[in-house]
Ligand binder design. Structure first.
Ligand code: CDP
Ligand code: MG
Length: 777
């Protein structure tokens, strides 16, 4: 409500006049007439800030080093004191007052929808309350039943842990888990870390987390945070999720694809596991919808602690919202009382740009301004850097956090008084007609805008600066975002559901069904990959593909490596592709050197082979940091690729593929890639342009590719990126003949000479289409 009122008052507020103008006296008087038509951020022009001084803002690094040092000197008492103060602060969270009512409600109902403002304590406290309430105690009544099950399993599942002769005892003692899903990796990790801290246990033991390619949990884990995608995969190994006594589907309002699929699955298991508790927790707004879906489950509302937030709009649309955001940060910094600033940007690149701009401008301002600590946060930021955003700003300093959407509801950062909202986020969009997936910068919804504004009012009255006009807010923003299931490729999920034995995907219990075209395309693609047969049943290949937490095209590539006896190489390539585009380091002041270093790795055949080359050279140095540094390679990314590779290698046993190395056979390696990525074939047409084989779309080889000036006739690309033009990123050269060999389901003729050579899908798929149409009408 506070938002609404502030919004209505907007016309009287005139952001630039009242707030900025009067508050910038020492920047010289501004010519009101001349400036009045310009966006407000022209006020801090470089010429106006000529008192350039020495850089006095201590770097965040020094600051943290200092903190690190002082920590070492703390003794145990400090630890205890800290724990006590953490326990005290738990009691100040809004959810605390409702603990008893909440626990009663959970006791009385199997499914409960919990709605509460971000920061009320849902994610960090619910799990602990439930644990303290005894929900992790072993389920003694069911022990016998479980034993039987275990014995059954023993017959054919002998790759598990060593069985104690006294397996029964062990089973009895096994604690139940409380699982809590998060749509975002960063949230899962940071929340788990926080809860471990509050419970004074080591992260990964009693409290753990699991995200793709990283499992930080153990036998002892009783509170487990994980991404929604991970829980989805757990259904594969434990279809009834018997290890869990409580499942919390958190951040339900985000409506990610995986969360939406989980809704259907957990609703189903709750029916035959009456003791399982199911909590659906969401920030705001959608509670009724969730309740309806879960057979009118009761809604528990936790009243938020929220201070009014004044909303300011710009008078005219901003041409460059990053620049506008940066200037607004500085304006706040020089004119507004202390309090941290949160800026919403769409991704890593924008965040890095804004970070540089801020550093540059604060440097120029020197000691004229107070200390400004700039902290980025995005999902691929290394976790030790992520933790930093939670550290309070030193006395007299101000933190500015440059965040992606992640700070909208998934993470609560205390001390934010000011929010800057450019009104955009990066969203996946999917064109079901041509199967093209793209990340595009899209305007946010009204619901998101209000969530963002709300971040400013958690600790005190706050201010939100929207870098768009009030008119745009009212007329251009949708009320709610479109759920991901309706704008993404479903190949992966269809494969997973099929392997869970869910065959009728048309009548699956969706909260909002996916578009028919998207489902059909997923079937078609899985058929072409050989994961489904002509009766649309899962094939053996499909079952093996489902073992990998990867896009079906990548899983297929891995499985095809068996045929070409190059699994070691393919694993490396797939791992390198999964850390995507962050391998090469290109500092602004050394672009020439960096480019030369990168070109030094170029390998005939294409970028996949180049990536393999980088990895193998790094491996030969025994994974040296120094080598990375010297060769302009990002060590962290390489390390991550290595981690991913280890995980994938472990999965190879499950699909019984031997690790074979055949580095010299670059044809075999490329054929394996071809087996997974034949959909992504493009043929040279003219003037450096390519045409995709499937949709005759004009595309170009990305300038960073090692094939950029070679112009091979046929290429396969890993992905398309749309910048100024549509580019193919990570490209290999292939031979025409390989397509027929590697994708017999897909390519009709031996050679791709004419324009129309893609096979028509078999009749069965036509039938699916008919069925889909019937069901959707
Ligand atoms: O889930 P919800 O948004 O309701 O709140 P939460 O994530 O449980 O956060 C509750 C409080 O825990 C926040 O206000 C923070 O003070 C604190 N917290 C933290 O300090 N560090 C984290 N990584 C997560 C939460
Ligand atoms: Mg939360």
């Amino acid at each position: 409500k506070a938002n609404g009122q502030a919004g209505q008052n907007f016309e009287q507020r005139k952001w630039e006049d009242e707030v900025i103008h009067t508050a910038l006296p020492h920047f010289g008087s501004l010519d009101k007439e001349a400036k009045s038509n310009q966006p407000k951020y022209d006020y801090i022009l470089d010429e106006e800030i000529q008192f350039v001084q020495q850089l006095t803002i201590p770097g965040v690094n020094e600051l943290l080093q200092y903190k690190e040092k002082s920590k070492i000197n703390e003794h145990e008492d400090e630890n205890k004191r800290k724990h006590r103060s953490l326990q005290e602060s738990r009691k100040t969270l809004p959810i605390y007052r409702f603990r008893e009512d909440l626990m009663n409600a959970i006791r009385d109902h199997q499914v409960l929808i919990i709605e509460g403002e971000t920061g009320s304590g849902k994610t960090t406290q619910l799990t602990q309350y439930l644990y303290e309430e005894g929900y992790c105690e072993p389920d003694t009544e069911n022990v016998e039943e479980e034993e039987e099950e275990e014995e059954e399993e023993e017959d054919y599942d002998d790759d598990d842990n060593i069985k104690l002769p006294n397996g029964k005892k062990k089973k009895e003692k096994k604690m139940m888990m409380i699982g809590c899903t998060q749509p975002r990796r960063v949230a899962a990790m940071s929340v788990a870390a926080r809860v471990a801290e509050e419970m004074n246990v080591k992260l990964g033991r009693e409290v753990g987390y699991a995200i793709r390619f990283e499992d930080c949990s153990s036998e002892r884990t009783i509170i487990k945070y994980m991404t929604d995608g991970m829980l989805l995969r757990e259904f594969l190994s434990e279809p009834d999720l018997a290890s869990y006594s409580v499942l919390i589907v958190d951040e339900a309002h985000e409506r990610t694809l995986h969360t939406d699929i989980l809704f259907g699955l957990v609703k189903d298991i709750a029916r035959f596991r009456p003791k399982l508790k199911l909590l659906i927790s969401s920030a705001t707004l959608d509670a009724e919808k969730f309740s309806q879906f879960f057979d009118d489950a009761p809604i528990f509302r936790i009243p938020g602690r929220r201070f009014p937030v004044d909303i300011y709009y710009t008078k005219a649309p901003e041409a460059d919202y990053i620049d506008a955001a940066v200037v607004t940060v500085l304006q706040i910094h020089v004119t507004q009382p202390l309090g941290d600033v949160l800026v919403f940007l769409t991704g890593q690149e924008e965040i890095e740009t804004a970070n540089e701009m801020l550093l540059e401008r604060t440097r120029r301002l020197g000691t004229k301004i107070k200390e400004l600590i700039i902290l980025p946060i995005y999902s691929t930021l290394p976790s030790d850097m992520q933790i930093r955003i939670f550290e309070p700003a030193p006395l007299g300093a101000r933190k500015v956090i440059l965040a992606t959407n992640i700070a909208e509801t998934s993470l609560t950062i205390d001390g934010i008084h000011y929010v800057i909202d450019p009104g955009f986020c990066k969203q996946k969009t999917y064109n079901a007609r041509n199967g093209m997936e793209a990340l595009t910068i899209t305007p946010i919804s009204k619901a998101s805008a209000n969530q963002r504004a709300g971040r400013a009012g958690r600790v005190a009255p706050g201010k939100c600066f929207r870098l768009y006009t009030s008119w745009a807010y009212q007329h251009e923003l949708d009320d709610n975002s479109i759920p991901e299931i309706q704008r993404t490729n479903l190949g992966n999920v269809v494969l997973l559901l099929k392997s869970l034995g869910i065959n009728d995907l048309v009548n699956f219990d969706y909260m909002d069904p996916p578009p028919m075209e998207t489902l059909r395309l997923a079937f078609e693609q899985l058929y072409a990959l050989g994961a489904l047969n002509h009766k649309v049943e899962l094939t053996k290949l499909g079952r093996r593909m489902a073992e990998f937490p990867l896009d079906p095209m990548l899983s297929k590539t891995i499985l095809a490596s068996e045929t070409y006896k190059c699994s070691a190489e393919i694993l490396t390539i797939v791992s390198m592709l999964s850390v995507n585009n962050s391998i090469f380091f290109r500092p602004k002041d050394k672009t020439l050197l960096a480019d030369t270093a990168r070109q030094g790795f170029f390998t005939p055949g294409g970028d996949h082979l180049t990536l393999l080359n980088v990895y193998n050279q790094w491996k030969d140095t025994n994974y040296s940091t120094q080598w990375c540094y010297e060769n302009f390679i990002q060590f962290r990314s390489m390390n991550r690729a290595r981690q991913v590779r280890d995980q994938l290698e472990a999965l190879m046993e499950r699909v019984e593929i031997e690790i074979q190395s055949n580095p010299a056979d670059t044809i075999g390696i490329r054929k394996a890639i071809c087996s997974g990525f034949f959909y992504h074939t493009a043929k040279f047409s003219k003037n450096g342009m390519y045409k995709t084989v499937r949709h005759q779309q004009s595309v170009l080889i990305h300038p960073n590719s090692c094939l950029f000036d070679q112009i091979p006739r046929y290429v396969i690309y890993f992905e398309l990126v749309l910048t100024t033009k549509e580019y193919m990123r990570q490209v290999i050269e292939i031979e025409n003949e390989w397509l027929r060999e590697t994708a017999p389901h897909f390519y009709k003729t031996k050679k791709l000479d004419d324009d129309n050579k893609v096979k028509k899908m078999p009749k069965v798929l036509g039938k699916i289409k008919a069925e889909l149409e019937r069901n959707y009408s």
